[in-house]
Design a protein around this ligand. Structure first.
Ligand code: ZN
Length: 147
């Protein structure tokens, strides 16, 4: 099912810090499927749960970018000092593109859709998408960030 994307820089749903997921149940698994479908339909490379109105710590990334696509309760535990500047857009603030500095590479820990904890090394575009989506889960949008 295609879900509606929450939009607007002052949208309260996008501005709230999201909550840890305690249990991966049928509802979460269905949500993951719907989020992937919604991301693809909108030609996105990532989508976070609060972007479709759910206040929980979950995001998905496009399978072209990563072998891991579902990130539940994600945590970046290492980020490179080296930064890269590149232009970013966001499905929740359409029409806005901003050149942002992001860590070139990082290490992230999360739980997947099978309730399995994993660690992943990411660089370049994948690292950027992960940082963008984690910002979402903390209520931060690209318009808040300095170039
Ligand atoms: Zn976004």
């Amino acid at each position: 099912m295609i879900l509606q994307i929450q939009k607007g820089e002052n949208n309260p749903v996008l501005r709230k810090k999201t909550q840890t997921i305690d249990k991966i149940d049928e509802g979460i698994l269905q949500l993951v499927k719907d989020m992937i479908e919604t991301m693809n339909k909108n030609s996105g490379v990532g989508l976070s749960a609060n972007q479709i109105g759910r206040n929980i710590r979950l995001f998905v990334v496009h399978p072209n970018l990563s072998k891991k696509t579902v990130f539940i309760n994600p945590k970046i535990y290492k980020a490179s000092k080296k930064k890269i500047i590149s232009e970013e857009g966001c499905l929740s603030v359409p029409g806005v593109y901003k050149k942002l500095q992001r860590a070139k590479s990082l290490k992230i820990e999360a739980v997947d859709e099978n309730d399995k904890q994993f660690k992943l090394k990411a660089k370049d575009l994948l690292a950027r998408v992960i940082q963008h989506e984690l910002d979402h889960l903390n209520g931060i949008l690209i318009i808040d960030k300095n170039e």
